[in-house]
Design a protein around this ligand. Structure first.
Ligand SMILES: Nc1nc2c(ncn2[C@@H]2O[C@H](COP(=O)(O)OP(=O)(O)OP(=O)(O)O)[C@@H](O)[C@H]2O)c(=O)[nH]1
Length: 450
């Protein structure tokens, strides 16, 4: 057989890819490292800012308290030295004492008031006006202080030998303290800013290291999803949760690989079975020549090709002579053996492009593609008749059959398959009538003879 029946194309072992599961990470999907760093930074910055607020507030209040206690201490010393001057009504000495006291610089106002409520001596910084109410000064029996954001006020009783002789009122500016504190806060803020920058770098580095096995696993999963190569394996870095996850993932890969191998094996088996089925459907089981089903499609295909390429084609209809006698005389099995041998002999004299088919019984058809010269066709018919006529030895007994051939040419005798086969069939019958073991061409058979 020169033209083998077509085989069915089977799908490859790999299942189809799903493009939606491939490709880079979608836009806007941040990496786990970046997301974790952002969250950690948010927590860190919030904590640092809260700490900063607590430190600054506590610092402010404790600095104010320290300033108040310092001022109270110096006011007490001043009150002690002013007490005798108050008793002896030495205003000049009291003013001098106040003058030397206010050299400290932060003082805005000092007032010395007698128990009667009368002002004994005072000092006010340039541009300052006293804000003291006498009733307020006398209302505090013991040392007392008040502070707001800008100023500190101290009231202290002036006593001599345990007896109250007046009140000393001191008002101080907290501006210097403010500036000092601002500088300290700025310095702390700067240091915290640097600490945040260093911490963010360190966090990113640590998280990148800690999450690298997870990132590696995710990359591997993406690769496997993309190329479906289940023989890949992920590296287990540490025997922690991620390590165990990696082991489970490798286990899944091993199973998927085994499933894929089994699926491929099944597909190959089905492919082979399909090819076998295709072959059997188009093959004559006795002679292994292409059968009638294949002949019909082959003739259609070859004629279409001939039409397209403006080529010719010849068809021979071959019927064995006196084959029935073999069956009747030597049995059906002997008849089968003759059919097999005749097929083998006829195949032996054909060209590679010729297609010999068994149509059924003792009937054969031969497609000769291309435009063949008349003499070539005649010679081939004679050779076929000659090889078939050679005696065939069946179980030691020679038997003889013959062959009668009808030839039809495309496009001269017919332009469609049925017409061409009919013409070859008619020519063959004409040859039978002419005495068998011969051939006839459709073009030479006149209508009367047909
Ligand atoms: N052994 C065998 N015989 C078959 C097979 N198919 C058909 N036959 C027989 O082949 C014979 C064909 O009959 P014919 O073509 O009329 O017989 P013939 O002797 O060749 O007649 P002519 O063509 O006039 O020479 C019949 O007896 C069928 O039973 C087969 O597969 N095996």
């Amino acid at each position: 057989m020169q033209d083998s029946p077509p085989t069915a194309s089977m799908p490859s072992g790999d299942p189809p890819r799903d493009p939606s599961r491939e490709g880079p990470r979608p836009r806007g999907a941040a990496s786990l490292v970046a997301r974790l760093t952002r969250w950690n930074m948010a927590v860190l910055v919030t904590t640092v800012v809260l700490c900063f607020i607590v430190i600054a507030t506590t610092g402010w209040f404790s600095a104010q308290e320290r300033q108040a206690s310092l001022s109270q201490g110096s006011a007490r010393v001043l009150a002690n030295s002013l007490a005798p001057m108050l008793v002896f009504e030495d205003r000049e000495a009291a003013r001098n004492e106040l003058q030397s006291f206010v050299r400290r610089g932060d003082v805005l106002e000092v007032q010395l008031i007698l128990t009667s409520g009368q002002l004994f001596a005072s000092w006010e910084a340039p541009g300052q006006h006293s804000d003291l109410l006498v009733s307020q000064a006398m209302s505090h029996p013991a040392m007392h202080h008040e502070a707001d954001a800008q100023q500190l006020r101290v009231w202290i009783p002036v006593e001599l030998r345990g007896e109250r002789v007046g009140t000393l009122y001191l008002r101080e500016s907290l501006q210097a303290l403010h500036q000092q504190l601002q500088r300290a806060i700025l310095l702390v803020a700067l240091m915290l800013g640097v600490a945040i920058v260093v911490a963010s770098r360190a966090l990113r580095f640590v998280q990148r290291r800690a999450l690298s096995p997870l990132v590696e696993l995710s990359r591997l999963a993406e690769q496997v999803a993309s190329d479906q190569n289940y023989s890949r394996r992920a590296r287990v870095h540490h025997p922690d949760e991620v390590g165990r996850l990696t082991e489970r993932f490798n286990q899944l890969l091993r199973r998927a690989e085994a499933w894929q191998a089994e699926l491929n094996r099944q597909l190959r088996a089905e492919q082979a079975a399909g090819q076998q089925f295709q072959r059997l459907a188009h093959e004559d089981s006795l002679t292994h020549l292409p059968n009638r089903l294949y002949f019909q499609s082959a003739l259609q295909r070859r004629m279409a090709q001939a039409r397209d390429q403006r080529e010719g084609l010849a068809l021979m209809f071959i019927d064995l002579d006196n084959f029935k006698l073999v069956n009747d005389g030597h049995g059906h099995e002997a008849g089968d053996a003759v059919l097999v041998e005749v097929s083998r002999r006829m195949s032996g004299v054909l060209r590679g492009s010729d297609v010999l088919c068994r149509l059924g019984g003792d009937e054969f058809a031969l497609i000769l593609p291309g435009r063949s010269a008349e003499s070539v066709v005649s010679n081939l018919a004679q050779r076929l008749i000659a090889v078939v006529r050679e005696p065939i030895v069946i179980e030691g007994v020679p038997v003889q059959v013959g062959a009668t051939i009808g030839v039809a040419s495309f496009p001269e005798d017919a332009t469609d398959e049925a017409g061409l086969l009919g013409q070859a069939d008619a020519a063959m019958y004409a040859a039978k009538r002419a005495g068998k073991n011969t051939f006839r061409k459709a073009g030479e058979v006149n209508s009367h003879e047909a």
